[in-house]
Design a binder for this molecule. Structure first.
Ligand code: PMV
Length: 330
């Protein structure tokens, strides 16, 4: 099955044309505490394992969809038009192909990110989630969250989790066409939880997350341990959320991130997103923990860390990491 076949199963056949002048939506960015790393289907972005995330509240993407006045798609990122064809515009046009009412229908997409771009944060997650929500508004499809999550996943796997605030679980599912592979919000809140964005470097990524996870899956001998490890992480995270246990939450998320990065060190050819300053920051977190600070980190396919802690140590975190941007997910 192709993405367009999936869309045909989910979209109302009576609503093929835009119903209003503009479709508008916002979606938060999200940080995985149990990572999505490896696909069982690369065309439909079907994951090997389930994953779990925390959304970043008002750090995310706002998107407006309308009809392009030109014979091509138009893209604006933070009010600046992306004229040349680059990865960003090609990936979006390719995704929009799924939804064009006819081949000569072109979209104008205006996107505003409130996430610091240099943070290498999952802007594709909030980007594709905001885009599908804005398309849903534009065409008045009135899709439910399950269908929206499936369609967001076709743009970027982690986008399946960006439709909600708070903690979200993306169930891997087992079906071939992925109709059971969608995310759902989890019924836990944690108003004292904090996520600190620590930008240690804005150096270009050596590899896209798509290429990276594929290489790890195909060549790292550690990858065979990954599915069991993630299942264990998700169980521990659920227990941590029930008990509001920051040690268990932090340790589970940190170990999961380090296990993911270990599949990169052991892949062939080996690679790493870490910069010298990434390791320096990790060692600082570990040393503060030895001094009893309940501070943990997670890291995605980039050199920057996301610190995990609770309100009580906010001022200590600010003192130790003056450049940190602190987010309140709830
Ligand atoms: O959704 P993608 O293709 O950008 O992959 C995301 C991969 C990680 O950010 C490393 C993990 C995750 O679960 O978000």
């Amino acid at each position: 099955m192709k993405p367009r076949d999936i869309a045909a199963l989910l979209l109302p056949s009576t609503k093929k044309n835009p119903a209003k002048e503009k479709g508008i939506a916002y979606a938060p960015s999200n940080i995985a505490l149990a990572k999505y790393w490896g696909k069982r289907n690369t065309v439909l972005n079907l994951p090997v394992t389930s994953s779990m995330s925390i959304s970043l509240g008002n750090k995310g993407t706002s998107t407006t969809v309308s009809i392009s006045p030109l014979e091509r798609d138009m893209f604006f990122l933070n009010t600046k038009e992306i004229i040349e064809q680059n990865n960003f515009s090609q990936r979006l046009s390719h995704y929009l192909d799924i939804f064009r009412p006819h081949p000569h229908f072109y979209f104008k997409i205006e996107t505003i990110n409130t996430i610091p771009i240099a943070a290498g944060l999952a802007s594709s997650a909030s980007g594709f989630a905001a885009l599908i929500l804005a398309l849903n508004d534009f065409f008045e499809w009135e899709l439910d969250n399950k269908a929206l999550s499936i369609l967001a996943r076709l743009g970027s796997g982690s986008a399946a989790r960006s439709l909600w605030n708070g903690f979200v679980l993306w169930n891997a599912g087992t079906s071939e066409e992925g109709m059971d592979s969608f995310a759902e919000p989890l019924p836990y809140t944690w108003p004292k939880l904090r996520v600190g964005l620590l930008i240690v470097s804005s150096v270009e990524k050596p590899l896209s997350s798509r290429e990276a996870m594929q290489r790890c899956q195909e060549t790292s001998p550690f990858y065979k341990m990954w599915p069991t490890h993630v299942a264990h992480t998700i169980d521990s995270l659920k227990q941590a959320l029930t008990q509001k246990d920051i040690h268990l939450l932090g340790l589970s998320a940190e170990q999961n991130a380090l296990a993911m990065h270990s599949t990169m060190f052991t892949s062939h050819p080996a690679f790493s997103y870490w910069q010298t300053d990434t390791l320096t920051a990790m060692q600082k977190v570990w040393s503060l923990r030895q001094q009893k600070a309940p501070l943990y980190f997670t890291e995605d396919a980039g050199p920057n860390l996301k610190l995990l802690f609770t309100e009580e140590i906010t001022s200590q975190v600010r003192d130790e990491f003056p450049s940190v941007e602190i987010i309140r997910p709830f």
